[in-house]
Design a binder for this molecule. Structure first.
Ligand SMILES: Cc1cc2nc3c(=O)[nH]c(=O)nc-3n(C[C@H](O)[C@H](O)[C@H](O)COP(=O)(O)OP(=O)(O)OC[C@H]3O[C@@H](n4cnc5c(N)ncnc54)[C@H](O)[C@@H]3O)c2cc1C
Length: 253
């Protein structure tokens, strides 16, 4: 098989890149390690910055986002007893949009289906060859059969743990990483948000974020030791008593 741009990974970056290239007449093939169902079931981002919102619209994948997304003018920050509001719209003229990554990915898959793009799922053992030439090649296995994709360019959109980053020679690779000595536990709960905007909190217990996906679905994060396991966090530990204890004071702006 041959294409202009071989894209590895069908997360938001691979799908959006493919969509933007297809719209200006550049041919792509996407190779994805997982099934479409698996990609669509991954719960990750929920807040889109305005540049992303505008890019999705420009890519022809913004209709549902505009119909169902919730715009926020700003966010709250608190350090236990004080809460301040940062008004993005007032300060920068821009807002943010609450719209789940799963929804973004679904919209992009559907946009790519309309374009007729070839997306090959469940590929294994992806290997990039001749990357420093004008005719690189990506080999992969699907349904037990080894195949080859010739191209002009390879776009590695397969994340930190993918094959692309490792294929870039060490002397040419530049990595930017900050490692924190704690983890975040993310909780998705079918309940109304505690406020109409997000609250980023710092306290003696560490970081916490009260985020949301929609008017009936919240996404909360709390700081935990790296050794904690999800089953150590029972529903009772997130009970109403801890929510009731959270009553910060809004400092006048
Ligand atoms: C819990 C959490 C919350 C987040 N919240 C936010 C937020 O609120 N706002 C925000 O902007 N960002 C947020 N992010 C970050 C955001 O999710 C990532 O920036 C985004 O997923 C990156 O997209 P991507 O397409 O580059 O990579 P990914 O989404 O990781 O996609 C990479 C794809 O490549 C595939 N792949 C990997 N290896 C191979 C291989 N060898 N061969 C073929 N395919 C392969 C994977 O299966 C995957 O589908 C959050 C992330 C997490 C984990």
């Amino acid at each position: 098989m041959k294409t202009q741009v071989a894209i590895i990974g069908s997360g938001p970056s691979g799908l959006l890149l493919s969509q933007l290239l297809n719209r200006v007449g550049i041919d792509t093939v996407i190779l994805e390690r997982s099934s479409r169902d698996h990609v669509l079931a991954r719960i990750r981002a929920g807040i889109l910055e305005w540049g992303t919102v505008e890019l999705l619209r420009e890519a022809g994948a913004g209709a549902r986002l505009d119909a169902e997304g919730i715009t926020h003018d700003g966010t709250f920050m608190t350090d236990s007893d004080l809460m301040v509001h940062i008004d993005f719209k007032d300060l920068t003229g821009k807002q943010v949009m609450v719209y789940g990554q799963t929804e973004v990915t679904q919209d992009l898959f559907e946009a790519q289906d309309r374009m007729g793009t070839t997306i090959i799922h469940n590929v294994e053992d992806v290997a990039i060859h001749d990357l420093d030439t004008t005719s690189p090649r990506v080999d992969y296995t699907v349904a037990g059969e080894r195949r080859s994709l010739s191209c002009d360019w390879v776009a590695g959109c397969d994340g930190f743990h993918g094959v692309s980053r490792k294929t870039i020679p060490a002397e040419k690779r530049r990595e930017f990483e900050r490692v924190y000595p704690f983890g975040w536990l993310g909780i998705l709960a079918r309940t109304a948000p505690i406020d109409h905007e997000l609250i980023y909190a710092n306290s003696e217990h560490g970081f916490a974020l009260a985020s949301m996906r929609n008017a009936n679905l919240v996404r909360h994060y709390i700081q935990v030791p790296l050794t904690d396991k999800p089953d150590e966090w029972s529903d009772e530990r997130f009970g109403p008593s801890s929510a009731a204890a959270f009553r910060p004071v809004l400092r006048p702006r």
